[in-house]
Write a protein that binds this ligand. Sequence first.
Ligand SMILES: Cc1cc2nc3c(=O)[nH]c(=O)nc-3n(C[C@H](O)[C@H](O)[C@H](O)COP(=O)(O)OP(=O)(O)OC[C@H]3O[C@@H](n4cnc5c(N)ncnc54)[C@H](O)[C@@H]3O)c2cc1C
Length: 310
Amino acid sequence: MVGRGNSIIIVGGGASGVVLAAHLLKLPNPDLRVTLIEKRPHFGQGMAYSTLLSAHVLNVNASGMSAYADDPTNFARWVLERGLAKPDQGPFYAPRSLYARYLKELLDDLEERERATGRLRLIREESLSISPTSAGVEVALANGTSVVGHLAVLATGHDEQPGAFQGRAIRMGSDADTALDAQAPVLVLGTGLSMVDAFLSLEQRGHRGGIIAVSRRGLLPSPHRKGNPIKLDVADIPLGTQLSYFVGWFRNLIRENQKAGGDWRDVVDGLRALQPEDLAELAVLGETPLRRAYQGLVGHPSPPHGAGGL
Ligand SMILES: Cc1cc2nc3c(=O)[nH]c(=O)nc-3n(C[C@H](O)[C@H](O)[C@H](O)COP(=O)(O)OP(=O)(O)OC[C@H]3O[C@@H](n4cnc5c(N)ncnc54)[C@H](O)[C@@H]3O)c2cc1C
């Protein structure tokens, strides 16, 4: 990417934007310029990590949440060094606000380190548009100014605004989430991890009205557990096949493993244990078919004290 130009604009300073900036700035290129643009008051938070509720925890164990692919225990060490978890306590599902702190410290360190080099620039402003120029791109900002670079990366995450035709539905934690009568009945659309988040928020607010969650399949998230990952060889995986064939293969593998007394998580963990480069073709297929395949059978994996609290 840097070969195409030294000046990179990252639009969106949530988790992906911050982590991408950190990876780019590892390059020893003195001419590199990274501009990170974030419309929220804080970088590294986004929708997922801006919650302050301690019950809103990561759905991945600390050992799987490092910001650096080449240093997989970076977050787990950060947690231990601050005495936030004990070395012998087993899987630790940190509050998501703690993860925001981790990303903030990471960015603070980068800012400090790059102050003398001028390679990192942080802009707190909304980006409105990106236009091509003869030398690269121009990103227009809501304050009427613009930033130019060789290329821009979109890291804007999920759309936080409710869809135009979604009527009375709101996203919990958004600006539209105003005070609610504690007895009011609440309908939650979906039964995945965001439903668990919504339930925990309502519970913490002392909500006493009925809460009904609806979904197509009615499956609740299934808590992670320490399992027995199956051993998979890359040659066993039908990489490069049609999507429908791949999904069918994956579902069958889960069923066979369940019949043999195993668990769906053993199959997912078996797949996760393979090296990323081995799964490059899977990345082309995307995460969605995999998620569909196992969510259709079992629901979404959740931290033990998330769905377990329901
Ligand atoms: C409730 C919830 C819980 C989650 N929990 C986990 C978890 O435990 N573990 C995990 O790995 N993943 C989790 N995820 C997935 C999570 O979203 C991703 O891991 C990660 O936050 C995605 O990062 P992102 O940078 O793509 O998006 P975000 O973190 O959402 O960041 C996008 C950023 O772009 C900014 N932005 C958007 N538009 C503009 C614009 N026009 N101009 C300037 N800035 C803009 C936004 O303000 C935001 O800060 C969760 C997701 C949700 C919704």
